[in-house]
Design a protein around this ligand. Structure first.
Ligand SMILES: [Zn+2]
Ligand SMILES: [Zn+2]
Length: 346
């Protein structure tokens, strides 16, 4: 089979590999769609700690496919069309027992610690299949859109942490794919207004199309004025920071009103992760400041439902599709920032 393999900094190589076959309890997937994530760009650039040089691993963790072969006793059926919930754990630690596989002592993830979906086929181990990480979806649904249930599940985890309710006024920093998901999720949760901060003019337009009430450049005064315009004179009910920008975290605490909820969704680059925050803002406004990372199977289920039911048009984020042979072009386009989501269809 053909697979895109990480061979070292800046080097993703299309290689011919032996096609795997499932053993006991395992399942073999034909990959129908695998979308490129910012994480994949970091892997390709050699900036991901799980990818040592020469690791020879296949990235890709936003995957939809079809089960084509199963081993004895596998809890998956041939012909099943499935979304791959990528995160799984040891199954035994405290976090795993609470269903928080993303916080497992020894977290594992397809395309991160294990081979992923930028290949014609993907072999899934028994414990992965048994932990319920293959989620079926019906015919007539675009696998490319289904693959986006992964980033959507992550956004959903962040959005839920903010307990957005009817009539809330929400600020979202960043209008990349994740920021757009946050806008749509806030609207679905009943937000009255969603004010967006995004420096890229094209992405501001996308934000408005995705339900933002107003979208602004990085001017703090403008954001405050927009909140006042939305009737939130004492500040926002919720602020989601979906951009890896330290100053946005600092501003989030200022824009949040009394009793506000804040989610630091985006991680910061390691060398820039120390940020000076005014903790009195948290104290006197009784802010709830949260962080979320990755997602659980339950969130993947909920995200997949949103896409399959058509409540959220994830497919409209896909700006380009490539086959595996054109993977270099696909990565080039994704890295250019000119496309929101680029999907590889092996
Ligand atoms: Zn991703
Ligand atoms: Zn665990």
């Amino acid at each position: 089979m053909k697979a895109l393999v990480y061979r070292g900094r800046g080097s993703l190589v299309l290689e011919e590999q032996p096609q795997p076959h499932p053993g006991k309890g395992e399942a073999l997937l034909r990959v129908d769609a695998c979308s490129i994530c910012g994480t994949d760009l970091r892997i390709a650039a050699g900036d991901h700690r799980s990818y040592a040089d020469g690791s020879g691993r296949i990235p890709g963790h936003e995957i939809a496919g079809t089960v084509v072969e199963v081993g004895d006793g596998a809890s998956a059926g041939i012909g099943d069309r499935v979304f791959v919930a990528p995160n799984y754990g040891c199954g035994r630690c405290r976090a795993c027992r609470r269903g928080q596989v993303n916080l497992c002592d020894k977290p594992r993830a397809i395309g991160i610690t294990e081979d992923g979906g930028f290949a014609e086929y993907l072999l899934l181990q028994r414990d992965f299949v048994d932990q319920g990480n293959l989620l079926c979806f019906g015919d007539g649904v675009d696998p490319g859109a289904v693959a986006l249930a992964e980033p959507l599940a992550c956004a959903l985890r962040g959005s839920r942490a903010c307990h957005i309710g009817e009539g809330d006024v929400v600020v979202v920093y960043g209008a990349g794919p994740i920021g757009l998901f946050h806008i749509a999720l806030a609207r679905l949760a009943g937000a009255r207004a969603v004010v967006v901060c995004e420096p890229n003019v094209d992405r501001r337009q996308r934000a408005l199309a995705w339900g933002a009430t107003s979208a602004h450049d990085a001017s703090f005064d403008e954001l405050q004025a927009a909140l006042e315009g939305a009737g939130a004179t004492r500040g926002a009910d919720v602020v989601v920071v979906a951009a890896p920008v330290p100053i946005a975290q600092r501003q989030a605490l200022e824009l949040a009103g009394p009793g506000g909820r804040v989610n630091f969704f985006a991680g910061l680059p390691r060398e820039r992760s120390r940020v000076e925050l005014d903790s009195n803002l948290i104290h006197y406004k009784e802010l709830v400041v949260t962080g979320t990372t990755a997602s659980t199977n339950e969130e993947c289920h909920a995200a997949l439902d949103l896409i399959v039911d058509g409540r959220l048009d994830a497919g409209s984020l896909i700006d380009a599709r490539f086959d595996l042979a054109s993977a270099q072009d696909a990565f080039g386009l994704a890295a250019s920032g000119r496309a929101l989501k680029v999907v590889i269809e092996p």
